[in-house]
Ligand binder design. Structure first.
Ligand code: 13P
Length: 252
């Protein structure tokens, strides 16, 4: 657990929420029992980004769940970093496992999106993580390093790493109720940090936050949060419920 890396908890709502259910989520997010030491970001569906930004306390930032690799144009159905900023979003999640595997986004496209979102001035949560068969074939590092390479190649200015939080989300743990053990999470985060130290810089490796995602709950977050290389969480299902507050407070 690092003192120099500010604990970070993101809520990825995925394709969930309507005005009625979002108003319920806003109630607990706008409550007064959130650990002020945790940096908090929520990612509603882009349709509701502006609504959430307007209603949410300013100590919580808002993210989009994806963005395309250019500023504007004939890309039906997509949104751009410029538009995210325009409606009050500061962050964007890129390369989420569902973008990679449901929507077949390749590493190269995710890299291009990283480069463009940085140049547009957003803060980024790029996601990496192996599938079950890759873990079973001992390919966790190979897969994560390859995903990291596509991301890192598009971070042109070393100072831009200050605007990046890496999410390690093993695909087999997402939405399955099968959380990584604290040891599995620590091992993966440590090896990603070592990769960054070797391929980007030791200083960036020391400062960059690596958060864990995949079936994080109020029940399992505390032990995970004690791991030295786990700097926070990216939460799916549990971010829609009031237990998200317990996850925000995992180090309280
Ligand atoms: P769950 O917390 O629902 O497993 O989802 C994790 C995730 O994909 C967050 O981005």
């Amino acid at each position: 657990m690092s003192e120099q890396r500010h604990f970070f908890v993101g809520g990825n709502w995925k394709m969930n929420g309507t005005y009625a259910s979002i108003d319920e989520i806003l109630k607990f997010l706008n409550g007064d029992n959130l650990d002020p030491k945790t940096e908090i970001v929520v990612a509603p569906p882009s349709l509701y980004l502006s609504y959430v930004r307007g209603k949410l306390n300013k100590n919580i930032s808002v993210a989009a769940q994806n963005a395309y690799k250019v500023e504007k144009g004939a890309f039906t159905g997509d949104i751009s970093p410029t538009q995210i900023k325009d409606v009050g979003g500061d962050w964007v999640i890129l390369g989420h496992s569902e973008r990679r595997h449901v929507f077949k986004e390749p590493n190269e496209l995710i890299g291009e999106k990283v480069g463009h979102a940085l140049s547009a001035g957003l803060k980024l949560i790029p996601c990496i993580g192996e599938k079950l068969e890759e873990r079973e074939a001992n390919k966790t590092e190979e897969v994560c390093f390859c995903q990291m390479k596509a991301i890192a190649e598009n971070v042109k200015d070393i100072n831009d790493w200050k605007r990046i939080v890496i999410a390690y989300e093993p695909v087999w743990a997402i939405g399955t109720g099968k959380v990584a053990t604290p040891q599995q999470a620590q091992e993966a985060h440590h090896s990603v940090r070592q990769w960054i130290s070797k391929n980007v810089s030791p200083d960036v490796a020391k400062c960059v936050r690596i958060i864990y995602g995949g079936s994080v709950t109020a029940g399992n977050c505390r032990e995970l949060a004690q791991q030295p290389d786990v700097d926070g969480f990216l939460v799916g299902g549990a971010s829609l419920k009031s237990e998200f507050v317990d996850i925000i407070n995992a180090r309280k």
